[in-house]
Design a protein around this ligand. Structure first.
Ligand code: HEM
Ligand code: HEM
Length: 187
């Protein structure tokens, strides 16, 4: 296996926190038909996800100069696929909770965070809009599930076909002794 550099601890921590929260909330979303009592929990976890995504994006910007170089060579299809999948994952993890929040408002409800904080109303009550926002919310959640599958397949493909184990790059829960600080040009 080739030795690889690490993502900073904060990036790794937010990656795994959000992976668990996102996959958990997709599963809760799928259970809503039979367990309506889970809806409030689903919404609150979704709002927590939105807040964590904001922290993740701000943090990624903060550490942008010490991110490891992409494992894929520049201008290859694999590099393009990696950037496209990561970009779409970021887009969907932002859009899905916002769509859920707007759907809730359009259905005539206020979104709340674990009953403590009532969130502002983003769109007025509108039955038709509520239906379409619900459809979009569900569709993008399925899209996210598919992309996560692709993302994991990509990691597996590197391991199977190129003998590259990428997991240690995003498992940096201990700070590496010497972090490479070369000015990478491929971001
Ligand atoms: C909802 C689930 C997930 C999302 C949204 C997600 C998203 C991302 C994103 C955006 C990155 C790029 C680094 C960053 O900006 O943080 C990344 C990196 C990575 N993810 Fe995930 N991920 C998810 C689940 C998983 C799972 C289940 C695995 C297990 C195989 C995994 C393995 C990795 C690895 C190994 C990297 C480092 C890739 C590299 O070498 O550059 N991810 N992930
Ligand atoms: C990233 C976070 C979220 C994920 C991954 C997610 C995922 C899902 C999924 C998979 C469903 C079931 C869709 C179906 O099969 O019909 C669902 C339903 C729903 N979600 Fe979310 N959701 C998230 C955040 C939110 C938020 C923040 C809210 C509101 C504040 C919300 C409100 C709803 C509502 C009201 C439904 C029922 C939709 C309907 O019956 O049309 N979700 N969600």
């Amino acid at each position: 296996m080739k030795s690889v550099s690490h993502y900073p601890f904060s990036v790794a921590l937010l990656h795994w926190l959000l992976a668990v929260a996102l996959i958990g909330n997709i599963i809760i979303g799928w259970m809503l038909d039979d367990h309506e009592d889970l809806l409030a929990l689903h919404k609150s976890i979704g709002i927590l996800i939105l807040a964590l995504v904001a922290v993740r994006l701000a943090n990624r910007r903060r550490v942008r100069n010490i991110l490891p170089r992409s494992i894929n060579a520049l201008e290859t299809a694999a590099h393009f696929a990696e950037k496209a999948v990561h970009g779409m994952l970021y887009m969907l993890m932002t859009a899905i909770p916002l769509l859920g929040w707007m759907k809730t408002n359009a259905a005539g409800h206020t979104a709340s965070f674990f009953g403590f904080i009532s969130l502002p109303t983003l769109v007025p009550m509108n039955r038709e809009l509520s239906h379409w926002l619900g459809e979009l919310h569900a569709l993008s959640a399925y899209g996210l599930a598919a992309l996560v599958g692709l993302h994991v397949l990509g990691v597996l493909a590197h391991w199977a076909f190129k003998s590259e184990n990428l997991l240690p790059r995003i498992l940096s829960f201990r700070r590496p002794a010497a972090r490479q600080r070369a000015p990478f040009l491929d971001r």
